[in-house]
Write a protein that binds this ligand. Structure first.
Ligand code: ZN
Length: 573
């Protein structure tokens, strides 16, 4: 029995897939399996497979977005769960089969180099024995989220979820800041043994999965698993050293200025988030205002990017305001079939919301630009470049926040100063989290809870300067239990550091010639995933680097900018 190969038997829009059953989806994959795959049909077969993936992932995204916008709607919840727990996992299995079929065919195409490299690597490290281990890790991850998600603190007689305490760390009243800091750490200290036990379980399974795939440890496994083809564990260690030599002393100097400005004998960990220059400001009131002001800032960065953001406003691709029954957090998701991004936020009118929107908009611009790549696998290059897109936008748009109407001139400069200080502190934090995870999986002692806590303290001492932790050792240890990546997304972190080093170079370029810098930035994003990381960075006219001298030069530039901002801000009374 011969079946005619006809790509048109698939639905033509994601909307038609809203109520789809797995059997239908399985049928479309079966068509792809039955279709001839040879030199003459390769283009058509790839296009059909990519289109199926676009339709499916967009239908799943739409279901997820609808649910996160209204978590009280049972039907939306059911639709989202049907996609996320039933259809997509099965579809992923089918995708792996398609990738293997393509690899086995030996066929290739000039624009498929990076795509085939990923398919081949995923296939090489895949082990049937690891499937149940990763399923168990998912379940352990869910347990971590249940523990942390239910943590609360009593604040002024009211029981609050922990994120609600975060704003008090910015209070001008030091007593309030200290109280918030201690309450934020306390639940993690109370749950320490349970969470350490949970991590032991994760540690064992990860090391086992690595061994099953023929690796000495989970760190060595994660490099191919995360498609880190362009850097090595030694490069990461070089990054740690560069940060230790250049960023850590700069953070020390910035915190010394902060200490002086606040008029304190020493900086305690609860003194790091208060703005020493400007009173807390309200940069906007509604989501509509947030969007229209951000639009002005993006138009100043680049007319074409401004037009992209206007499209998002016009097409309803932003849902920014915090509302009853919305899911917490924020994200930017890509609708792969439509070639459109969607930004979800819970804005409450604070300065962090402005920075979050700039960041997510960077991801959105990436989605717009990369959509010109014909196949779905050619669009997302990995977090090193995705975060380059978003972190660059934070820096590129920052100079226009006063013009955009978010801030007065003084508030804007103070916000920029705070952002740059945060860039430095975060680089040091990133290095410590990566060094810690490296230690966990390579020292041989990572399965020992007490040794882990001791290693964390040792590593923090190496990367943290200028903060007085006297008498707060347990609080300091509890910090790593709060770093959800270590539990849920192991080794996901240095990507932020690599991206930030790139973003600082985009910013440096823009300070010389903004139009040029933004043009190259957009050209790099448009390449999607079709080039290795160093080439994508090169397209943005920045270097993919772990070099202490190059990183040091960027740190100096940040420090110079901070110094000139401080000079322009009103002096302490
Ligand atoms: Zn991001």
């Amino acid at each position: 029995m011969t079946k005619e190969w006809n790509v048109l038997t698939m639905p033509s829009t994601p909307a038609e897939l809203a109520g789809v059953e797995w059997n239908d989806v399985a049928g479309w994959y079966a068509q792809l399996t039955d279709a001839p795959l040879d030199r003459s049909s390769l283009d058509e077969w790839l296009a059909a497979w990519s289109r199926l993936e676009e339709l499916l992932t967009e239908a799943a995204s739409r279901a997820m977005i609808a649910y996160t916008l209204d978590t009280s709607d049972r039907e939306k919840e059911a639709a989202h769960l049907r996609f996320s727990t039933e259809i997509m996992p099965k579809a992923d299995e089918q995708s792996v089969r398609m990738a293997r079929r393509l690899l086995d065919s030996g066929l290739t195409r000039h624009d498929l180099g990076t795509t085939l490299q990923r398919f081949r690597t995923a296939s090489d490290i895949f082990r049937e024995a690891n499937v149940p281990l990763f399923a168990e890790l998912e379940e352990l991850g869910a347990r971590y989220q249940r523990i942390t998600g239910s943590m609360t603190a009593i604040w002024d007689g009211e029981e609050l979820p922990l994120p609600r305490l975060q704003p008090f760390l910015k209070s001008r009243d030091r007593g309030i800041r200290e109280r918030a800091f201690r309450l934020l750490a306390a639940p993690y200290m109370a749950e320490r043994d349970a969470m350490a036990g949970l991590f032991d379980e994760m540690y064992r399974r990860r090391q086992q999965a690595a061994a099953n795939a023929g690796f000495a440890n989970f760190r060595d496994y994660i490099f191919p698993a995360k498609f880190r083809f362009d850097y090595t564990p030694a490069d990461c260690e070089r990054f740690h050293e560069a940060v230790e030599q250049t960023v850590v002393p700069a953070v020390g100097r910035a915190l010394e200025r902060r200490r002086e400005r606040l008029g304190l004998a020493s900086l305690r960990p609860w003194d790091l988030q208060v703005d020493p220059y400007a009173a807390p400001s309200r940069p906007f009131t509604t989501g509509t205002e947030l969007a229209s002001r951000a639009l002005t800032a993006f138009e100043r960065v680049d007319a074409a990017l401004g037009a992209r953001f206007r499209t998002m406003i016009d097409e309803g691709l932003l849902d920014l305001e915090s509302r009853h029954n919305k899911a917490p957090g924020g994200y930017c998701d890509t609708l792969q079939f439509s070639g459109r991004p969607f930004i979800f936020m819970n804005a409450a009118g604070i300065p962090e919301d402005v920075m979050t929107l700039l960041h997510e908009a960077g991801h959105a611009f990436h989605a717009f630009e990369a959509d010109r790549q014909p196949l779905i696998w050619q669009r997302h290059p990995g977090s090193e470049v995705a975060e380059l897109a978003s972190m660059s936008m934070e820096l590129l748009a920052s100079p226009y926040l006063a013009e955009a109407g978010f801030y007065s001139k003084v508030e804007a400069e103070s916000a920029e100063l705070e952002h740059l200080e945060d860039v430095l502190i975060t680089l040091a934090h990133i290095a410590s989290v990566d060094a810690f995870q490296t230690w966990i999986y390579t020292s041989g002692e990572g399965g020992d809870a007490a040794a882990r806590d001791a290693a964390w303290l040792r590593i923090r001492q190496r990367f943290e300067r200028g903060v007085d932790w006297t008498g707060l050792e347990t609080e300091r240890v509890s910090r790593w239990y709060r770093q959800l990546h270590i539990f849920l997304y192991p080794f996901y972190y240095i990507e932020y550091g690599i991206a930030q080093i790139g973003a600082l170079q985009v910013w440096r370029n823009a300070r010389r010639n903004q139009a040029d810098a933004v043009r190259h930035y957009r050209e790099a994003l448009a390449l999607g995933a079709t080039r290795p990381l160093p080439e994508l960075f090169e397209a943005a006219r920045v270097r993919f680097t772990f070099d202490p001298a190059e990183i040091g030069a960027l740190v100096s530039l940040v420090e110079e900018r901070m110094e000139s901002l401080r000079a322009g801000l009103p002096q302490a009374a």
